[in-house]
Design a protein around this ligand. Structure first.
Ligand code: ADP
Length: 408
């Protein structure tokens, strides 16, 4: 027990001397103050915060019960013990009902009295400690809240500055890059026609430009997404036919030509998509499948149809993705740490899957991934099928012309 301070109120001067003596012997850490009337006691209670108050009930002027009521108002947390006459059960009950912590019967058993006082002081000190800790915790929580608010504001500002930077940088890079690309292609053709031996250098330059173009396009796309300027222009199309032409285009345009097998249903699989954007998503999945598997291992593309959805899956037998990082692959700027690209260039910002997911979700669909480390991955695009009802035969283009990220 810490150092404690108690008040004894009794008009019986003999008891007023005997009780402090009993306390001193049994509870040396307790300092005692005494007074012989409830009125004087109230003055003291107003001035000091005692750890406990002991008062006789029967006193002239103001009795112990009236004093108890006043203490309850002035110092509700201070435990008060009332001294009752022998067998005065009614008064004892009244005292407890009035909020007394305990009652002590006359003749006073000194050990019982000390034990009751000890309990009262300890309860009070514990309550005080709890209240103090609560106050410290609340102050700490407030400080934390302020810090979180400040950091959030800083992050929001930094994020806005980053978005603005990406937007400006990608727009500024796009034009000179396009003219550089055009001029390099022109030069390449001229040197080829002239039979020059320098053409491989130009081919290397074109490859480098293509890689920069991929990065700049990713940055441009992300800045469109973030600024809500990304619109979809949907039209009815057969997903099987779209995948067939895309796969052909991808294989012919990639060196060395990758092996891509395609399985599509015989009947058309009708969906409403922004063809350019959906090409972008599928090509991104094909490029990832190639990047993260060895060059000679085939990639499989399947188009399947259920009651109301169409699923396009790109399956590779590549390095796969560990289960603990799999949930993050669709996040912005996320690249699996420590992963080495198996085929082609490692160029990328970790934006391809994020942008793909945004595009698919704004078509009313979603993306899935299943992957096993060292075995391979299946990335799927699930899109709503167009209704076969003739009344719905035309896609509702305006509803698909929503701005991507319009909720942002
Ligand atoms: P990146 O430009 O880095 O390829 P993406 O958003 O397309 O960005 O992919 C995010 C990360 O997911 C990649 O860095 C890679 O670690 C992992 N990933 C994507 N596709 C595959 C795949 N087919 N096989 C294994 N890992 C993949």
């Amino acid at each position: 027990m810490e150092q404690a301070y108690v008040l004894i109120v009794d008009d019986d001067t003999a008891l007023l001397q005997a009780l402090p003596q009993a306390i001193r012997l049994r509870l040396p850490e307790v300092q005692v103050e005494t007074t012989d009337s409830a009125f004087k006691a109230l003055d003291l209670v107003r001035k000091h915060a005692y750890d406990a108050i002991i008062s006789d009930i029967k006193m002239p002027g103001m009795d112990g019960l009236a004093l108890l009521a006043q203490i309850q108002e002035l110092r509700p947390a201070t435990p008060t013990l009332l001294i009752t006459g022998h067998g005065d059960h009614n008064l004892a009950i009244q005292a407890l009902r009035g909020g007394a912590y305990d009652f002590i019967q006359k003749p006073i058993d000194r050990d019982y009295f000390a034990a009751a006082l000890y309990r009262a002081i300890q309860t009070h000190q514990l309550r005080r400690q709890v209240a103090e800790q609560q106050r410290v915790l609340e102050a700490h929580a407030k400080l934390l809240e302020q810090t979180v608010q400040e950091r959030t504001r800083e992050l929001v500002e930094a994020n806005a500055a980053k978005d603005e930077f990406i937007s400006i940088a990608s727009h500024e890079l796009k034009t000179p890059l396009s003219s550089l690309k055009g001029m390099t292609q022109l030069l390449h053709r001229r040197l080829e026609r002239a039979g020059s031996s320098e053409t491989p250098y130009l081919a290397n330059m074109e490859n480098s430009i293509r890689r920069i173009e991929v990065l700049v396009n990713d940055l441009l796309n992300i800045s469109f997404v973030e600024m809500g300027l990304f619109t979809l222009h949907c039209s009815r199309c057969d997903m099987g036919a779209l995948c067939r032409s895309l796969v052909d285009e991808y294989v012919m345009g990639t060196n060395p030509h990758p092996v891509v097998t395609l399985e599509v249903p015989d009947a058309p699989v009708e969906v409403a998509v922004d063809i350019e954007r959906m090409d972008q998503v599928i090509i991104n999945l094909l490029a990832n499948a190639r990047k993260y598997s060895l060059a000679h291992i085939p990639i499989r593309v399947t188009v399947t149809q259920s009651d109301d959805t169409c699923t396009i899956s790109v399956c590779d037998s590549g390095i796969g993705i560990a289960p603990e990082v799999l949930p993050h692959v669709f996040e912005r700027f996320y690249r699996v740490p420590g992963v080495e690209v198996q085929t082609g260039s490692s160029v990328g910002f970790g934006l391809g899957l994020y942008i793909s997911k945004q595009i698919v979700e704004h078509h009313g669909g979603h993306m899935d991934v299943q992957s096993t480390l060292d075995t391979g991955s299946i990335f799927s695009i699930v899109l709503p099928l167009l209704s076969s009802d003739p009344a719905d035969s035309e896609p509702e283009t305006p509803s698909f012309q929503k701005k991507l990220y319009e909720e942002a």
